[in-house]
Design a protein around this ligand. Structure first.
Ligand code: DX5
Ligand code: ZN
Length: 227
C-alpha cells in the first residue's frame, strides 16, 4: 500500500517545506499534477518546479501529465527527475508511442483513465505499463468529491491483473480520504494519491498512517494481499 501526497494541495508559498513535510511524514511517493489548460481547464506546474524540488528528498516523484501534447513534456519531466510519468488513455492512438518513449528514458510508465472513459480502451496496454491510474474525479482540480461509480473500474483492473499475472500498480486519484481509500483498496487499488485529505492536516504523519491502515483493512476485507 503506497500513499502518495499530491502537491497540488500543498501551500505554494512554501513548496520546499511542504515536500520535506510529506517526506518526513512517511509518504512513499510524491504526486505532481501537470495541467496544460487544454486537456483540463486548469494550469499547474512545469518541469522547472520539479527540477527545484527533486534534490530536497529521496522519495520517488511521479508526474501525472494531464496534457494534450505530452510528447513535448515527457523528456523534460524525465530529465527533471520524475521516476514515473503517467499519460492519459484519452489521447488515443498516440498512447503506445508515448509509453514507449517513457520506457526508453528508463522511467516507469503510468496510464491514466478519466471517469467517463471505458476500461476496454486500456486493456491492450496492460503489459506495457507499471501503473494504471483510475481517476476517481474528473481531473483539473483538487478537493472534489470521490465518484463512487469508479469502483467497478478498479475491480476490473484487479481482475485483469490477477488473471493475467501482471504486476502493474492500481492507483486512485481524486477525493481519496480514509473512507474512500478503504473502499478502493477493497476493490484492488494499492496506490493512493491524496491532496486535500493529507496536506490540510496539521499532523500529516498521523493522516498518512491512518490512510495506510485504512487501505490495509479494506484490502483484507476484499481478499487482496497487497504489499
Ligand atoms: C486532480 C488531480 C489530483 C488532485 C487530487 O485533477 O489529478 O491529483 O490533486 O486532489 P484531492 O485529493 O484533493 O481530491
Ligand atoms: Zn493527479
Amino acid at each position: 500500500m503506497i500513499i502518495a501526497p499530491s502537491l497540488l494541495a500543498s501551500n505554494y508559498g512554501r513548496f520546499a517545506d511542504e515536500v520535506r513535510r510529506a517526506a518526513r511524514a512517511g509518504a512513499e511517493w510524491l504526486h505532481l499534477d501537470i495541467m496544460d489548460g487544454h486537456f483540463v481547464p486548469n494550469l499547474s506546474f512545469g518541469p522547472g518546479l520539479l527540477r527545484t524540488l527533486r534534490p530536497l528528498t529521496r522519495i520517488p516523484i511521479e508526474a501525472h501529465l494531464m496534457c494534450s501534447r505530452p510528447e513535448v513534456l515527457i523528456e523534460p519531466f524525465a530529465e527533471a527527475g520524475a521516476n514515473l510519468v503517467t499519460v492519459h488513455i484519452e489521447l488515443g492512438e498516440r498512447v503506445s508511442s508515448l509509453l514507449w518513449k517513457i520506457k526508453s528514458l528508463k522511467k516507469q510508465a503510468g496510464l491514466a483513465i478519466n471517469p467517463p472513459t471505458s476500461m476496454s480502451l486500456v486493456e491492450p496496454y496492460l503489459k506495457q505499463i507499471d501503473l494504471l491510474l483510475v481517476m476517481t474525479v474528473n481531473p483539473g482540480f483538487g478537493g472534489q468529491s470521490f465518484i463512487e461509480e469508479m469502483i467497478p473500474k478498479i475491480q476490473q483492473a484487479q481482475i485483469w491483473r490477477q488473471e493475467r499475472d501482471l504486476a502493474f500498480r492500481i492507483e486512485v486519484d481524486g477525493g481519496i480520504d480514509l473512507v474512500t481509500a478503504a473502499e478502493c483498496a477493497r476493490a484492488g487499488a494499492d496506490k493512493f494519491v491524496s491532496g486535500t485529505a493529507l496536506f490540510q492536516r496539521r499532523n500529516m504523519r498521523a493522516a498518512i498512517e491512518k490512510m495506510r491502515a485504512a487501505a490495509f483493512e479494506g484490502a483484507k476485507n476484499g481478499g487482496y494481499r497487497g504489499v
